[in-house]
Design a binder for this molecule. Sequence first.
Ligand code: DP6
Length: 329
Amino acid sequence: MEMRATAVACSNIALTKYWGKADFRDNVPLNDSVSMCLSEAITTTTVVWDDTLSQDEIHLDGERILDQRGVRISRYLDRIRADYYRMPARVVSMNSFPAGTGIASSASGFAALAAAAFAAMDEEMPDDEALSRWARRGSGSACRSIHGGFVEWVAGTGDEDSVARPLAGPDHWDLRDLVVLVSRAPKAISSSDGHRIASTHPFMPARQAQLPARGLAVKGAIANRDFSTLGALIEQEALEMHALMISGVPAALYFQPGTIALLHAIREWREADGVPVAFTLDAGPNVHVLCEGEHAPEVLRRIEALAPGVTVLENRPGPPVRRTDHHLI
Ligand code: DP6
C-alpha cells in the first residue's frame, strides 16, 4: 500500500514574538503571538506512507538527511503514527529559499509536513484548527503558517487549546517584508535552546506583564492598516526579545555589524527622510524590513545603496497552506 500527498506552506514573520514555552513537549508558548505569512519563503513537501520501507527516508533540498534534523522529523511522524497508521514514510521537502540563510524553515517545514502527512492518509482531513495543533507540535511557529495573511496564535492553556487563528487574509493589506540576508553564518544558539533560556529569564515576568496590551495594539494596527503604529510596536517587540537573548545565560548575541548598521539606517530613513519603514528580527542576524507596497521600491533602493549586492527576499502576505498535485516524488 502506498499513500502520497504534497503540500505547500509559507514561512511567517512574527510581529509579536513566541519566545519562551510553557510546555516544551508540545510547544505551548508563554504568550500569544501575531504574524504575517511570507509569500516567497515557501516549503513544498511530499509525504508517502509506505509499508515496504523499513524506516523513514527523509530528503531536504535534494539531500538525504541522516542527522538530528531527520531524527526530529521521524519523532514527529512517530506522534502521528501513534494515533494513526504505523507505517514508515518517505518525506521529500524543498525550500524556495537557500538553506542556511537563517530564514525560519521550521515554520513552513512543519506546516507543509503536517498537511502532507494527513492528506496522504486515507482519513478525513483535519480542519484548520486541528492541523494548526499538529503543526505546532512539530515547531511552535509552524501553527501560524496553516493560515494565510495575518495570523494570531492564541497561547491557550495547553496542547488542546493552543492554536492559531486567522486575523485577516493576504489581500487585507499590501504590507511587504524585505528580508535582508545580513549573514549566512550558522547560529551559535539554536532557537530551541533560546526558548529554554528565555523561559526562566528574570526579565520574563516583566515582558509577560506588558504583552497583552502590545498584542491588542498590534492587532488594532493591522485591522486599521496603520503602518506608523505597527512599525513602532514591532520594533519595540523585536528589541525587547533581543534584550532577553543578549542578557540570557548563556547569552545569544545574534546581531552582526551589518544588522546594527541596517537598524540605524532604517531609523534615519524614517526619522530624517520621512520614509515609512520599520524593522523586526527573528532569532538571527537578518533584518526584516517592513513597509507598505508603494514604498517598497524606495526602501529596496536604499538597502542596495547601504549594502551593495546584499540578497533581499521581498515578501507579500502569503497564502494558507495548500495541497498540490505536483509531487516531488
Ligand atoms: C524568534 O518556532 O522555531 O522566530 O517551537 O522550538 O520549533 P520551536 O521554535 P520556533 O521559534 C520561533 C522563534 C521566533 C519568534 C516567532 O516566530 O514567534
